[in-house]
Design a protein around this ligand. Structure first.
Ligand code: TRP
Length: 334
C-alpha cells in the first residue's frame, strides 16, 4: 500500500473550509492508502503563541479530527515524535539558505507580523519552518502528500532536500514524495466570496463547524450574494460559493433543483441559503455528537493518541537510525 502523509497546525477552531477542504479528504484517503496524519505543534511555535493555548488547541484539534472520522491509529502529535526536530536539524545542513529565502509563505507571514510594527520579532523557526515540514514528510518515506496549492512550494523544497541528501551521501535513501491533488471543494469566505474561508480574516469570514446552530444559520443568511460588480451572464462568486457548499455538504438533490431555478432565472436566494444552512447544521450536529462522546472521556483519548504516537515514533526512529549512520553521526540505542 502506498504511504500518505499530511499534517495540520493546531490553531483553534475547525471551520468548514478546513473540514471540506482537508479533513474530509484525509478521512477518505484512509480507505485507499496507509495514512499517517500529524498535529504539528512544533510548527505552531514559529509564530507568537500562548503555551497553555497551544496544548489546549492540540488536544481540541485531535478530538475534532477523531470526531470527523480520522482513525486514532493514524494520528500522532509531532512533539511526541521528537525525531522530527532531529531530522529537521540534519536537513538544515543539506538545504541551502538561498532556497529558503525564496519561500513565499515566509515572506507573507513575516509581512503579517511586521504590519504596522517596525520592531516585530521574526523567529528563525519561521524561516526554517519548511525544513521541519520536509522532515515530517521524509521521516515516514511518504509516497504522497495531499496538500493545497498554498503548500506546493514547500513540497517542492521537500523533494529537493530528499534529492540533495541522496546525492550528497551517494545513495538513494529517501523516496521523492509526490503531491496528491484530489478534487476538493474550494470554500470561500461568506463575507468576501473572492477570498478563501479563513480565520485570519476575522470572525465574519469563517463558519465554525462546532458553532451554535443559530450562529451557523445567521452566517449563511448574511452571506454576500450579489456584489454589484458581477460579469453579466456569469454566476456571482457569492452564489457560486453557496452552490459549492451545498455540493460539499452532499446535498445534491437540493443543489440540482436550485441550479435549475438559477438557470431558469427564478432562483430565490433565501431558498438557496436555507438549503445550505440545513446541510451545514446537519453535519455540525453529527460531528458535535461524536465530539461530546469523545470529550466525556478525554483521558481515554489522550492515552489512545499517546499510544498511536508511540507506535508511529518507531518508524521515525528507524529512519533516524539509518540517517545517523549515513551522515556520520554516532549511533544511539532507542
Ligand atoms: N505547512 C502546512 C500548512 O500550513 C502544515 C504542515 C506541516 C504539513 N508539516 C506538513 C502539511 C507536512 C503536509 C505535510 O498547512
Amino acid at each position: 500500500m502506498k504511504q500518505v502523509l499530511s499534517c495540520i497546525q493546531p490553531t483553534g477552531d475547525m471551520h468548514f473550509g478546513n473540514y471540506f477542504g482537508a479533513v474530509q479528504n484525509w478521512v477518505k484517503l484512509q480507505e485507499e492508502y496507509d495514512c499517517v496524519y500529524g498535529v504539528v505543534d512544533y510548527h505552531a511555535m514559529t509564530m507568537p503563541y500562548n503555551p497553555v493555548k497551544l496544548r489546549q488547541n492540540t488536544w481540541n484539534l485531535i478530538i475534532n479530527l477523531l470526531a470527523s472520522g480520522v482513525k486514532a491509529e493514524n494520528l500522532f502529535v509531532q512533539s511526541l515524535v521528537p525525531e522530527h526536530a532531529e531530522l529537521s536539524w540534519i536537513f538544515n545542513c543539506v538545504c541551502s539558505y538561498g532556497q529558503l529565502t525564496r519561500m513565499t509563505q515566509f515572506k507573507d507571514k513575516k509581512d503579517q507580523l511586521q504590519e504596522g510594527q517596525s520592531e516585530a520579532f521574526i523567529s528563525s523557526g519561521l524561516f526554517t519552518y519548511p525544513v521541519l515540514q520536509a522532515a515530517d514528510i521524509l521521516i515516514y518515506n511518504a509516497d504522497y502528500v495531499p496538500v493545497g496549492k498554498d503548500q506546493e512550494q514547500h513540497l517542492e523544497l521537500s523533494r529537493n532536500i530528499a534529492q540533495r541528501f541522496n546525492h550528497q551521501f551517494g545513495q538513494e535513501y529517501f523516496k521523492i514524495p509526490e503531491p496528491l491533488f484530489t478534487k476538493i471543494p474550494k470554500v470561500m469566505s461568506p463575507a468576501a466570496p473572492n477570498r478563501k474561508m479563513s480565520k485570519s480574516l476575522g470572525p465574519k469570514h469563517y463558519i465554525d463547524v462546532f458553532g451554535e446552530e443559530a450562529r451557523i444559520r445567521k452566517q449563511v443568511r448574511s452571506a454576500v450574494t450579489d456584489t454589484g460588480d458581477n460579469v453579466a451572464g456569469e454566476m456571482s462568486a457569492g452564489v457560486g460559493n453557496l452552490f459549492e457548499l451545498l455540493k460539499a455538504a452532499d446535498r445534491m438533490s437540493d443543489h440540482d433543483s436550485l441550479m435549475n431555478d438559477y438557470n431558469a432565472g427564478d432562483l430565490k436566494y433565501s431558498a438557496l441559503k436555507d438549503a445550505v444552512a440545513d446541510g451545514l447544521v446537519t453535519i455540525s450536529s453529527e460531528l458535535r455528537e461524536k465530539r461530546n462522546e469523545l470529550n466525556s472521556d478525554k483521558k481515554a483519548v489522550k492515552n489512545m493518541i499517546k499510544q498511536s504516537s508511540y507506535e508511529i515514533r518507531k518508524r521515525a526512529q528507524q529512519t533516524l537510525k539509518d540517517v545517523r549512520s549515513i551522515t556520520g553521526l554516532m549511533s544511539i540505542r532507542y
